[in-house]
Design a protein around this ligand. Sequence first.
Ligand code: PGA
Length: 260
Amino acid sequence: MEILIQPSKQEACALGARWIARLLRAKPNAVLGLATGSTPVLLYQELIRLHREEGLDFQAVTTFNLDEYLGLAPTHLASYHHFMRENLFRHINICEKNTHIPDGLTTDVPDTCRKYEDQIQAAGGIDLQILGIGGDGHIGFNEPGSSLASRTRIKTLTERTRQDNAPFFDSPNEIPRHVLTMGVGTIMDAREIVLLAFGETKAQTLAAAVEGPVTASVPASILQFHEKATFLVDEAAATHLKRADYYRWVDANKPKWQQV
Ligand code: PGA
C-alpha cells in the first residue's frame, strides 16, 4: 500500500489524473474502473482538462462503473448513468459503447450481475480501479458485512449511506434502498487500485481501513491485501493516520523512477 498525503483535494485529484494519464499513454486501450459520488468530481474535471489541453485520448478506453441504484432510469438526475455522462463522458472522446454501468432498471438482477462480471472478463479485466470510501468504510456499495469475496450483486444500503446520499434526491422517500454493485472480490481483481479520500469526515474510516485489522466490518480494509493499492488523500482525511509521518517520508524519498 502506498499512502500519498497531499496538501489539498485539488492536488490529490491532479495527481490521480496524472496517474490515469500515465496509464493511458502506456496503454491507450486500458480498462478503467470508475467511481461516482462527490469524491471523484475534481479528478474527472482534471481528466477533461487533460483531454482538452493536452490531447489525452479516451477513444480506445473501456470503462466499468462500480455501481448504480436499483430502480433509477439512466435519465434520473441522481442516477450514476446521469452522473457519469455529465461529469465525464460527454466532455471527452470516449465511445459510448465502451462505457458500462450496471442497469438499474433490470428485471433480472442475478442475470444482469452475472453478465456484468462476464463483460469485465471479456474486456480483459480492469487495469485501474478508482475508488472512494464511504463514511462507513464501504467501497463501491459494499456495505459493512459484505463478503470480502463478493461479486457483482444486489446490496441493501445502510441508513447512513442513504442519508449521506440524500442531497442528490428531492425527498428522503425517493432514495433507493437497493443498488447493484461490483463485489469486493470484483474490485480486488483490478490490477491497480487508486482510492481517493478527502475531508475530516473520512479520517476515522480511512485510518481503520489503512491501519486497522482487515475485516468485513470495514470493507475498504481488504485493500491491505491488494498488491498495488494507492491512497490519495488530503491533510484533513489523514488526521487519524498513526504512521502519517512515515508515509510522508516515503513519498519525499521516492526514487525518481517511482515518481508520477
Ligand atoms: P462520496 O462517497 O464521494 O460522496 O463521499 C464515497 C463513497 O461512498 O464511496
